[in-house]
Structure formats: structure tokens, C-alpha cells
Design a protein around this ligand. Structure first.
Ligand SMILES: Cc1ncc(COP(=O)(O)O)c(C=O)c1O
Length: 350
């Protein structure tokens, strides 16, 4: 008998994407933004003083909540800061799931959800998407304590319409968490749903659209009663003083944010087209990555050959994703390096 609870003992834990230590690589494997954060973020960071570090941070990150409230057109009491979107997921599983309250989500999706279910010791009801990644009708009937829908979905970038998620919120018996980690690259978002539904939580991240994956900052949007319950579950000082200052500067600089996002979207269109020309099957994506299908069933070999050239993309060893490669949208130069390497690799395969 080990020291750990039985479910922890059995759990494999989450496998984060590879983080190479060397700088001279083409890193398209963990959906970071290829452009730097706003210069205003760097200025704020350079101005952090010792007195700010000596004291504990504002426990609710009010400066960020006020800025995010303005950007989203809601009140600051609808917002809770968190240590990356991942922390909000952990908080939600802890708050709404246990042995008698399952979590439900469509699959394939973000591979952290089953890991959190295992750690929380709750049943995970996994309902497969159809081939077009439509919202499964059975999701609403699942009677889960927590339903999670990733929108845009990872790892394929598909987008479910706001109306369909409104219907799901209406029918769900428990809480609906809409994971909008990638929504900055989509045309629409679900913010408006929190006004109509007291069971909707929206997850946002500053890791993707705001180029701050290294900072660890995200936030929840929900009605104040739900936010108050989530606050009970978070660490008292879950976001640090440096992160609050930098994330606030980032979200206040909407001009820089919009320009960066537009550049990523333009490259997404170009990379999608070029990969299709090379023979890959690439569905349209609303995120900062694409899921490319290798029609020659050589996805693993392509992935390995790219890795040998210090070009990192993501391969998931799941049956439904076995012929597919997930590629983060890089800069034009990074994408060109990838395309050239792919041409050579496909040529070698004949
Ligand atoms: C679907 C999805 N949700 C949430 C997150 C969490 O993002 P972060 O913790 O960096 O804010 C990620 C990170 O990759 C993700 O892919």
C-alpha cells in the first residue's frame, strides 16, 4: 500500500508537450504565440520594485479584473483571475465533481480533462464528436456536475456556434464550462452567455492571444455567485504581483493584441493552403494551430523526421488522431522552414 490515495497512485499524470531547452529550434508544438508580448508589458515588468515583491499581492487581482471587465463589457465581479487557464480547470473539477458528480465532455479534446477527472476521482463521461466535430446531442442528457466544451476545440480548431452552447447551458443540469483558451483567434466568443445563464463559466487564457504562456495567467468569466464559489476553492494568492501587473498591461493594449492576432490568422490561412497543396487534409481552424491529416499514414514518421531537424510539432498517440499532426501557427519564417522540411520529407517517402 503506497502513501497516495488510490486514484493518485494509479494516475499517469498529464504529459506536457516537449519544451526544448535550446533556442535555435522551430517550436510549433505547444500553441504559443510566435510574436513577443506587447512592449507595454515589458515596460511594466522592468518597473516592478522591491516593495511590490516584499508584500503579498492583491488576492483578487483587482487591477486586472477592472481592465478585463472593460474589454469584455461586463462588471469586475464577473471575473476571477487564475494562475493560467489550467488552474481554473482544476478549481472547477474540485468545485463541481466528485464520486457522485461526473464530468462530461466531447472527445477528442484537451487531454488535461481526463487527467483532472482521475485526480478528482470522478467519473468522466466522454462523448465522441462526429466526423464534422458537431456538438454531440447526448451531452445535454449526461446529468454531469460539470460539462466542459473546448471552443475552439483542441486539437483540431473547430468552432461550435454560440446558439448551440446556449441551448446546452439551458438543458444542462450542472455547470457548463466553455474553455475559450483559443478564442482570441476565432470570430466569435461566448461572453454574452454569462448574462443569461447562472451555470456558465468561461475560461480565458493570456498564454495564446497575449503571448504570455511563460507568465501563467488566465481568468474566469461567470455570474458573481458562481465566481464567489470558485474563489473559495482557489489559493488565497493564486496570481502573483508580477503576473497581475503584466497581464493588466497586456489586456489594456488591445491595439497590439489585435495586430498580433491578425498576423497569426493571416499565417494560418497561408499555412493551411500550402499544406493542402502538399497533399495534407487540413480542416479550417479557428485557433492558432491546425490539425493536418497525412493521407499516406506516415504521421509518426513525419513527426520524427521533423524532430530530427529541430522542428517540433505535436503528435498524439490516440487511435482517433493517429494519422494527424497538430501544428502551431508560427511566424512566416518558421512556417516556411516547416513547409520546406515537409516537402523534402515527403519526397524521401516517394
Ligand atoms: C484547451 C486548453 N485549455 C486551457 C489551456 C490552459 O492554458 P494556460 O494554463 O496556459 O492558460 C490550454 C493550454 O494549452 C489549452 O490547450
Amino acid at each position: 500500500m503506497g502513501y497516495f490515495r488510490e486514484n493518485i497512485e494509479k494516475a499517469a499524470g498529464y504529459q506536457p508537450g516537449f519544451q526544448p531547452r535550446q533556442a535555435n529550434v522551430v517550436k510549433l508544438n505547444t500553441n504559443e504565440n510566435p510574436y513577443p508580448p506587447s512592449p507595454k508589458v515589458m515596460k511594466v515588468l522592468s518597473e516592478i520594485g522591491s516593495e511590490q515583491l516584499r508584500r503579498y499581492p492583491d488576492p483578487t487581482g483587482s487591477a486586472f479584473r477592472e481592465a478585463a471587465a472593460e474589454v469584455n463589457g461586463i462588471g469586475p465581479d464577473y471575473i476571477m483571475c487564475c494562475n493560467g487557464g489550467d488552474e481554473l480547470l482544476r478549481i472547477a473539477f474540485q468545485a463541481f465533481c466528485d464520486e457522485n458528480r461526473p464530468v462530461a465532455y466531447p472527445v477528442p479534446t484537451y487531454s488535461l480533462y481526463p487527467v483532472l477527472a482521475e485526480l478528482q476521482n470522478c467519473k468522466a463521461i466522454e462523448i465522441p464528436f462526429d466526423n464534422e466535430f458537431n456538438l454531440p446531442a447526448k451531452l445535454a442528457a449526461s446529468a454531469a456536475g460539470l460539462t466542459v466544451v473546448c471552443n475552439p476545440n483542441a486539437p483540431n480548431g473547430s468552432f461550435i456556434n454560440v446558439d448551440e452552447l446556449a441551448s446546452l447551458a439551458d438543458e444542462a443540469r450542472g455547470v457548463l464550462l466553455i474553455d475559450e483558451a483559443y478564442v482570441d483567434f476565432a470570430e466569435k466568443n461566448c461572453t454574452a452567455l454569462v448574462k443569461d445563464f447562472d451555470n456558465v463559466i468561461i475560461l480565458r487564457s493570456t498564454s495564446k492571444g497575449y503571448s504570455l504562456a511563460g507568465l501563467r495567467f488566465g481568468y474566469a468569466i461567470a455570474q458573481p455567485d458562481l465566481i464567489a464559489g470558485l474563489v473559495k476553492v482557489k489559493d488565497s494568492y493564486n496570481v502573483d504581483v508580477v503576473a497581475i501587473a503584466a497581464a493588466t498591461a497586456a489586456i489594456r493594449d488591445q491595439n497590439y493584441f489585435q495586430k498580433t492576432v491578425e498576423k497569426v490568422k493571416a499565417e494560418r490561412t497561408r499555412l493551411t493552403g500550402q499544406l493542402r497543396n502538399l497533399g495534407f487534409d487540413v480542416p479550417d481552424s479557428s485557433a492558432n494551430f491546425i490539425l493536418a491529416e497525412c493521407k499516406n499514414s506516415k504521421a509518426v514518421e513525419v513527426y520524427k523526421k521533423l524532430t530530427q531537424r529541430n522542428i517540433f510539432i505535436r503528435y498524439f498517440a490516440y487511435p482517433e488522431l493517429k494519422d494527424k499532426l497538430r501544428i502551431t501557427i508560427g511566424t512566416a519564417e518558421q512556417n516556411d522552414t516547416l513547409l520546406l522540411a515537409l516537402k523534402e520529407i515527403l519526397y524521401e517517402f516517394g
